[in-house]
Design a protein around this ligand. Structure first.
Ligand code: BJ8
Length: 424
């Protein structure tokens, strides 16, 4: 079946047949998981539209921006400071890595026991399925987990890659290293875009990214109400879309959706039936279109009211200080803000344990589901300490280890249902 965007995708060297298959599966999956929900907010129509145009209109916007001289930079990790790209007139997109469609291709170059997220981004590139990757003038990797670090060495043979060094600890020398990496990246962004980052440009960019974080914080505060006015699936989708939609438009649209949520909270309208168990997710990021676990949880008598994840509060919790006037003051503020990220790649990582307990208490949840992707050593190992910290606070935790395949859905559902009953 031909599509209005075929010429654009062909120009981007996508495998058109396989890509059509991907869009077909995505559409069906979205219909089953999202459109089947009851009592959705009117504001979610925008998300439905963005998702339906995920490889169409948004890619066209990126191509038009490129034609006017702007550069597109892709990232895989919330450590890469978007503010620098925006300050230099570029566009940053998060490269999603939430589907297993390119797995066969990925396993030709990666060991099979690699996490699904890594296999996904390598697979998307090798199978020529992602118009975002193909639109990028630069892709930025980072030295977080060993899997990503080594996979980038292979990925670099196929795409223009730059790697930022992220420290593993949070001592003064780690902070100094990170600041020097922020500076090195600033120079790289200036070189790629051909634009010098000015104080005025950086100030605007910091404010813009903070505004997007603020609106997502507002969303989090509103969904914390009892009863929760929005499903966890919809809130996750909003967070996922925040990584690639235009930041100004996205912030406006989520502001409107929050107004609608406010009305629901005022009138005490919840999205789920009375007695639905409030749970929180914690762990590895869930990139588009990874909706497997949220769907299982929310069709097992529970509602997800928060995600302690990079596609969730880890990305929105901390704002960058906006008081700085010079480029250097603002770079210091950026370095400080990003060093607060409590990824499991850090050791020790006690802030994460504290943040999880505080979040679970604040959200008034009955339990936490810890989500670890198979072969993800940082999160799977840290789950032990997370469980200990939560149990000490009297909050039960269920640890799930899975990947992107659908083979274990029934088994997961049985475990989640038992956990939901236990917390009840
Ligand atoms: S700051 S969580 S986005 S690194 S799941 S690839 S850790 S083996 S994604 Fe992440 Fe940045 Fe940290 Fe956040 Fe490795 Fe684990 Fe795979 Fe992972």
């Amino acid at each position: 079946m031909s599509n209005a965007y075929d010429a654009m995708w062909e120009k981007l060297n996508l495998d058109l047949e396989a890509h059509e298959g991907l869009l077909g599966v995505l559409g069906q999956f979205y219909g089953d998981i999202y459109m089947s929900q009851q009592g959705r907010l009117k504001g979610m129509e925008y998300m439905d539209f963005v998702l339906s145009e995920v490889h169409g209109l948004r890619i066209k916007e990126l191509q038009d921006a490129k034609a006017s001289g702007r550069k597109v930079i892709g990232t895989f990790c919330v450590f890469v400071p978007e503010e620098l790209v925006l300050a230099a007139g570029g566009i940053q997109v998060g490269l999603c890595a939430g589907a297993e469609i390119g797995k066969t291709e990925a396993e030709k170059v990666l060991p099979r026991n690699t996490c699904a997220l890594i296999k996904s981004f390598v697979g998307f590139k090798l199978a020529r399925l992602c118009p975002y990757i193909e639109s990028c003038d630069l892709i930025v990797g980072e030295t977080t987990c060993d899997g990503k670090k080594k996979a980038y060495e292979i990925f670099a043979d196929y795409a223009p890659l730059y790697v930022m060094e992220v420290p593993q600890m949070k001592t003064a020398s780690d902070r100094a290293l990170w600041k020097s990496e922020v500076l090195r990246y600033k120079e790289k962004v200036e070189e790629i875009t051909g634009n010098k980052i000015t104080a005025a440009g950086l100030k605007d960019a910091i404010h813009l990214v903070n505004e997007r974080r603020r609106v997502l914080q507002r969303l989090n505060r509103l969904r914390a109400a009892v009863p929760s006015p929005i499903s966890g699936r919809d809130a996750l989708l909003i967070n996922q879309i925040s990584f690639y939609d235009d930041p100004v438009r996205f912030t406006t649209k989520i502001g409107e959706l929050c107004n609608e949520l406010e009305e629901r909270v005022k009138s005490g309208t919840g999205v789920a039936p009375e007695g639905t168990v409030r749970l929180m997710l914690s762990g590895c990021p869930m990139a588009v279109p990874n909706w497997k676990l949220p769907y299982i949880v929310e069709s097992s008598g529970a509602i997800i009211v928060g995600e302690e994840s990079c596609i969730g509060t880890r990305n929105t919790r901390d704002l960058t200080e906006e008081a700085g006037g010079t480029v250097d003051e603002m770079l210091e503020a950026l370095a400080d803000r990003y060093m607060k990220i409590d990824c499991a790649c850090f050791t020790p990582n006690t802030e994460r344990l504290e943040n999880i307990v505080e979040m679970a208490r604040g959200l008034n949840v009955k339990g936490v589901i810890h989500y670890g992707l198979s072969f993800c050593q940082p999160y799977l190992m840290e789950a032990y300490k997370v469980e200990k910290a939560l149990n000490k606070a009297g909050i039960p935790m269920l640890s799930i280890e899975t990947d992107y395949s659908m083979e274990d859905v029934e088994q997961l559902k049985t475990r989640v249902e038992a956990f939901v009953e236990m917390t009840r």
